[in-house]
Design a protein around this ligand. Structure first.
Ligand SMILES: Nc1ncnc2c1ncn2[C@@H]1O[C@H](COP(=O)(O)OP(=O)(O)OP(=O)(O)O)[C@@H](O)[C@H]1O
Ligand SMILES: Nc1nc2c(ncn2[C@@H]2O[C@H](COP(=O)(O)O)[C@@H](O)[C@H]2O)c(=O)[nH]1
Length: 204
């Protein structure tokens, strides 16, 4: 029987660099994770592509997905819905592939309840002032939205102890190296008594 893939959840406050780190991880040659593209009711930012960055939905469409139980988790974050498609995640894990989610903290908590065996990584900023400077420098949000995201960030940072690992995003390269090392270590740890070895022991 094929072993299920590992569900890797990267979370953390808005602007900490989750998207940047995730893109760098996926740009590295030996990355073998599958990225789960989220659904959102947020309007696309300049350059964002439907089906690549997100599946962009209306509120009615999103609420329909909630009713049909099509989301592994969802959250309303600063006025918009965000959610993870459940069928994609389950099918990909069943196929033995690792799935990578990049989601905010309320959603990560819901995933933890459904997949306690997942690997939960919190990406932390070097400081709150650096976090604010990163959202401001990105230039995608209004001053009001930045304020709301910073208020949410303070509550989110308090939740970091609930994660398996906290990784500081001081530089993108170092954060990606740390996440890569964590995933390798977790695979080794979890496969210590894998089905293959159990079978080998039974046969002897
Ligand atoms: N290690 C870093 N050092 C300096 N700037 C960074 C670093 N990581 C990301 N950034 C910058 O910070 C800004 C926010 O990054 P990004 O959009 O990846 O954050 P995010 O956590 O995905 O945000 P959101 O949750 O709002 O989608 C971007 O302008 C990005 O270039
Ligand atoms: N709970 C979920 N959160 C998600 C999902 N996809 C993205 N996100 C997070 O939402 C915020 C805001 O994103 P932005 O693109 O508007 O800046 C950010 O923290 C994302 O990581 C999801 O499926 N579920």
């Amino acid at each position: 029987m094929r072993e299920k893939g590992l569900l890797i959840v990267l979370s953390g406050p808005s602007g900490v660099g989750k998207g940047t780190v995730r893109k760098e991880i996926f740009a590295r040659p030996h990355t073998a994770f599958e990225y789960s593209i989220s659904m959102t009711t947020r309007k696309p930012r300049e350059g964002e592509v439907n089906g690549v960055d997100y599946f962009f939905k209306t509120r009615e469409e999103f609420e329909g997905l909630i009713k049909q139980d099509k989301l592994l988790e969802y959250a309303e974050f600063v006025g918009n819905y965000y959610g993870t498609p459940v069928d994609y995640v389950r099918e990909t894990l069943e196929a033995g592939k690792d799935v990578f989610l990049e989601i905010e903290v309320q959603g990560a908590r819901q995933v933890r309840e459904k997949f306690p065996e997942g690997l939960f990584i919190f990406l932390a900023p070097p400081s709150l002032s650096e976090l604010q400077s990163r959202i401001v420098t990105r230039g995608t949000e209004t001053a009001e939205v930045i304020q709301r995201r910073m208020t949410a960030a303070k509550e989110e940072i308090e939740m970091m102890d609930l994660y398996d690992y906290v990784v500081e995003n001081d530089t993108v390269a170092a954060a990606c190296d740390r996440i890569g090392a964590i995933v390798i270590a977790e695979h080794c740890r979890r496969e210590r008594v894998s089905a293959r070895y159990k079978k080998m022991l039974e046969e002897n």
